[in-house]
Every structure is written in structure tokens, then in C-alpha cells.
Ligand binder design. Structure first.
Ligand SMILES: [Zn+2]
Length: 378
């Protein structure tokens, strides 16, 4: 076993990072790991951090390796944010941390999981530290693509690109790590289009599989405009419920923790002079809920897109595996009842809805335009 075992389907990236950890000539102090969601950016970043701390370059079982992978190594700082943006104060703190010499490890490693969530002003604060880092400090920034970070940052980092891992590799990981049944694992990995976290959730949680099936059902359910409007409302509603379920518990825990830190007893009213801090937390939580809802919706659209991709595969007679093997009957039905041109137009409509959502259009508006475009047309 080594620290690289969980970095699925990325032989090239692992090769570069592994060499850097063991060969000083291949090492540099600022890295930018890019790859689509679910490609394992943060897993790769942690594995790299462990390899940097490990005297053997990532053995996977020494104290340096295990504590780094667990996120408890004293010389590792991981910024994983649920917020929409990383705050400038947070980055200032990071730079102070970066200046300290490592306490036990070979390096001080700072991983920023969503480097794309920094506004320009914040990025500028970071620049100098990345450009001339203290000798023992390594920055590992992660982002979906190099276009998502400012050119000034990009040009100062060594880039490592992660690809979408093959579904087979993701399935193997689920079997090895979680003891998932191989057939279930492969189906989940295909349905999740190799998004590791999503595949694991689908493999483990029948409720998640049911929700996904419900989303795909939309493709068959829409017969006309009224159905389309209803389906859109349902989608948005379900996304909201799912986002709320995911955040409620955490919100309450965070609030309790803040009140404790401020010295306010449970059930006591918050004194006026402390209210702004509580308000700040509530605002952050609200933003997180909005983001979470958009993420859930985007996921639903990616699932729908995969269904129409399957339809197109059948229509064109391509010899490729269906992403949605479980929905084969629906796929064949849609393939029979429409033309490849119509399928492409539908896929475009979904893509457009995703763009609108990302651009902060009201979710219901974006989704409704999409579902209306999905209805059968002559
Ligand atoms: Zn080790």
C-alpha cells in the first residue's frame, strides 16, 4: 500500500507528483492541480502532501503518511471551503502559517481545495507568498481548470492535470475500499460518470439511486408544456429539499459552537453587541444553502445529459456502453421517437440551463426553459 492507492486512474499525474516528492530536481514550491469535479483533486493533493512529509516518499503506513492523509499532521493546512468565496482574512492567516518553519515534517504544506473561489484582491495577497515561498513551504492549489484561476497565479504554479478516471477504476476502488458488490460498483461508477464521491453514494444509498432514477424519469414524463412546467417545479423543489437536508444539521452545530465560543448559554438571547457575528454566520449559511441547491440541480442536469447522450449513442448505432444501463428501456423508447438532431438540441438546452444556473439566473426560470425544450416535438 502507498499513499497513491486512492488516487484513481491518474497514472500521469501520480508519476509527476511522485517524482517531485522523491527527487529534489523535480520539486517546485507551488502547484496547481486541476481536474473536473470528482476526478479526485483533493485526494491527490493530500496524497502528495503525505508523500512530501514521508521519509520514504509516500510509504502509506508511517506516522507522517497516516497523519497527513487523516488531515491531522501539524505541518499540513487544508483549506476546504463550503463558502462561495474564500475570505481575504483567511488567506492572510494562511500566509502567516506559510512563513513558519515546519515543526516535525520535511515541509509545511498548504492545500487550498477551491482556489477558484478567491476574488482577485484575495489572490493578489497570495501572489507574493507563492512567488517566493519560504524554503520549506509548498503550496498546493486545486481548481476545476487552470482557466478558473487568475493568470498571475497560474503562471507561478506548476500545473498537474487530472482526467476523468475510467469507470472500471472507480468501481475497483469501491470494491476494494468499501467492499461493494462488483456489479453494483460498476453500475454506480458508470451512472456517476466516474465521479468518485457520487459513485460511492449511489453504491451505498438506495435513496440516492431512487432520486437519480426520478430525475431521469423526467425525460419520459414530459409530454407537453404543462408537464414540463410541473417537472421543473418538482426538480427545483427536490433540489431545495436535498440541499436543506444536507445543511440543516451542520448549520445548527455551527451556530451552537459559535454561541458557545461567544459565551452565550443555550436558550439565552444573544446580546445586541454579539448579534453581528451571529448574523455573519447566518449569511454564510444562507449562501452555502443556495450554492448547495445549485450544485444538486446541476448534478440532476448532468444526469439528464447522460441519458440523452445514451439516446444519441443508440440513434447513431455507436458501439459504446450506456451510462444508464438501468434505464435502457427509456433510452430505446426516446431513441425511437426522436431524431438525432432533436437529441442534440435537447442536450444543448440542458447545457444552456447549466450555464444560466452558474450565471445566477433564478433556478426555476432556467430549469423551466430546459424542461419545455425537452418535450416531444413533431
Ligand atoms: Zn510514509
Amino acid at each position: 500500500m502507498t499513499v497513491w492507492d486512492d488516487v484513481v486512474g491518474q497514472p500521469e499525474a501520480v508519476g509527476v507528483l511522485r517524482r517531485a516528492a522523491t527527487d529534489p530536481a523535480a520539486m517546485t514550491h507551488a502547484w496547481l492541480l486541476t481536474g473536473p469535479p470528482g476526478s479526485g483533486r483533493s485526494v491527490a493533493a493530500r496524497a502528495f502532501a503525505a508523500a512530501l512529509q514521508c521519509p520514504e516518499g509516500g510509504c502509506g503506513h508511517c506516522r507522517e503518511c497516516t497523519t497527513t492523509l487523516a488531515g491531522t499532521h501539524p505541518d499540513l493546512t487544508v483549506v476546504a471551503t463550503d463558502k462561495v468565496v474564500i475570505a481575504i482574512d483567511e488567506v492572510r492567516d494562511l500566509i502567516t502559517t506559510a512563513a513558519r518553519t515546519p515543526s516535525v515534517g520535511r515541509y509545511r504544506v498548504i492545500v487550498v481545495e477551491d482556489a477558484d473561489r478567491m476574488v482577485e484582491r484575495t489572490t493578489n495577497v497570495l501572489l507574493k507568498s507563492i512567488e517566493e515561498p519560504p524554503a520549506h513551504t509548498v503550496w498546493v492549489l486545486c481548481a476545476p481548470s487552470s482557466q478558473d484561476v487568475l493568470p498571475t497565479i497560474r503562471s507561478r504554479c506548476r500545473g498537474v492535470v487530472l482526467r476523468v478516471p475510467p469507470a472500471r477504476d472507480v468501481a475497483e476502488l469501491l470494491v476494494r475500499r468499501d467492499g461493494t458488490d462488483p456489479a453494483v460498483a460498476l453500475q454506480a461508477a458508470q451512472a456517476a460518470q466516474s465521479h468518485v464521491g457520487m459513485a460511492r453514494r449511489l453504491a451505498r444509498d438506495p435513496e440516492a439511486r431512487r432520486r437519480r432514477a426520478d430525475v431521469l424519469e423526467i425525460a419520459r414524463r414530459i409530454r407537453g408544456v404543462p408537464d414540463a412546467v410541473l417537472a421543473a417545479a418538482d426538480l427545483v423543489e427536490v433540489a431545495k429539499a436535498e440541499a436543506t437536508a444536507a445543511t440543516t444539521e451542520r448549520d445548527a452545530a455551527e451556530r451552537a459552537e459559535l454561541l458557545r465560543a461567544l459565551g452565550v448559554a443555550e436558550g439565552e438571547t444573544v446580546p445586541p453587541k454579539l448579534r453581528s457575528q451571529v448574523k455573519q454566520l447566518e449569511d454564510d449559511q444562507k449562501r452555502r444553502a443556495t450554492r448547495s441547491q445549485r450544485d444538486v440541480l446541476d448534478r440532476a442536469m448532468v444526469d439528464l445529459l447522460s441519458l440523452y447522450r445514451d439516446v444519441l449513442v443508440v440513434q447513431l448505432g455507436a458501439d459504446v456502453d450506456l451510462v444508464n444501463a438501468e434505464q435502457a428501456a427509456t433510452v430505446r423508447g426516446l431513441a425511437r421517437d426522436s431524431t438525432p438532431e432533436q437529441t442534440v438540441r435537447r442536450m444543448d438546452a440542458i447545457g444552456q440551463a447549466r450555464e444560466r444556473l452558474a450565471g445566477n439566473v433564478a433556478p426555476l426560470l432556467a430549469v423551466e426553459a430546459m424542461t419545455v425544450a425537452l418535450r416531444p416535438q413533431g
